[in-house]
Design a protein around this ligand. Structure first.
Ligand code: PGA
Length: 256
């Protein structure tokens, strides 16, 4: 259905019963970009976290059983922790390999990571920006949302002009992500992340949220004012096609 945000932007809102049921609409959006004759070889930014797990499972299913191929897709991640040993199970690189990259037919040279020692954040961000803007930029960005309104690791206070950079994580984000670590202290304090400008320059964005913990922030991001305090609210000024996929619990705060 169509939904009008507080800024007057018309977006496509897809509502499903529960988190698991985000799989089909999510995979459909990705497949339509991958198989678009017009786009050819697409560049896609993939999110990590709990939210996209059913979507990636369905994408793997389509690869195995329906002939969906990723060999022409350039893949990017939104962000990565700084300071974890390589191969750490909570690294976003590990997450993407386990859930998607390692299970379908991406070509290794088409997968873009924050590479080399992450402590060289300037060099890393510079190389990442170059890769992001090559070949016509990003065709589709998949996003989750933090309960503080972050998208990628753009924490509250981020300007819409922000680009790929080193980020100090908020205590709220570190606490929310502690479930992926053995102890809360192990959660890194910093990360590299694309900026809001990189996301807003994509040709299309799909934002996913599931669960009642996300209902308040979804309402503030879409039905409240555009403000740096809620980085996701800048999606209301996105010029391209924005699709928001919510389960019923996450959509509960929106007036429809
Ligand atoms: P989640 O994280 O999918 O694990 O809820 C989303 C985010 O923090 O961006």
């Amino acid at each position: 259905m169509e939904y009008q945000t507080a800024s007057g932007k018309t977006i496509e809102l897809i509502m499903v019963a529960d988190h698991e049921s985000t799989d089909l609409p999510g995979a459909e959006i990705v497949e339509s970009v991958i198989t678009s004759q017009e786009i050819g070889a697409p560049s896609i930014m993939f999110c990590t976290g709990s939210t996209p797990v059913p979507i990636y499972r369905e994408m793997v299913n389509r690869y195995k059983n329906k002939g969906l191929s990723f060999k022409n897709v350039r893949a990017f991640m939104l962000d990565e922790y700084v300071g974890l040993p390589s191969g750490h199970p909570a690294c976003f690189r590990t997450f993407m390999i386990d859930h998607l990259y390692g299970k379908v037919d991406f070509k290794r040279e088409n997968i873009h990571y924050f590479d080399g020692p992450l402590e060289d954040h300037m060099g890393n961000c510079f190389r990442y920006e170059q890769a992001l803007s090559a070949k016509g930029g990003i065709d589709l960005t998949l996003l989750g949302i933090g309960s503080n309104g972050h998208i990628a690791f753009n924490e509250p206070g981020t300007s819409p002009e922000s680009r790929t950079r080193l980020i100090k994580l908020t205590d709220e984000t570190r606490k929310a992500n502690a479930r992926f670590f053995l102890t809360p202290e192990e959660v890194p304090t910093h990360a590299l992340s694309v900026g809001l400008a990189n996301i807003l320059e994509s040709k299309a964005v799909a934002l996913f949220a599931a669960g009642s913990k996300k209902s308040e922030i979804i309402a503030r991001a879409l039905a409240g004012p555009v403000t740096n305090d809620i980085p996701a609210s800048h999606l209301q000024n996105f010029q391209g096609k924005l699709t928001v996929i919510l389960d019923e619990a996450a959509a509960a705060g929106l007036n429809r």
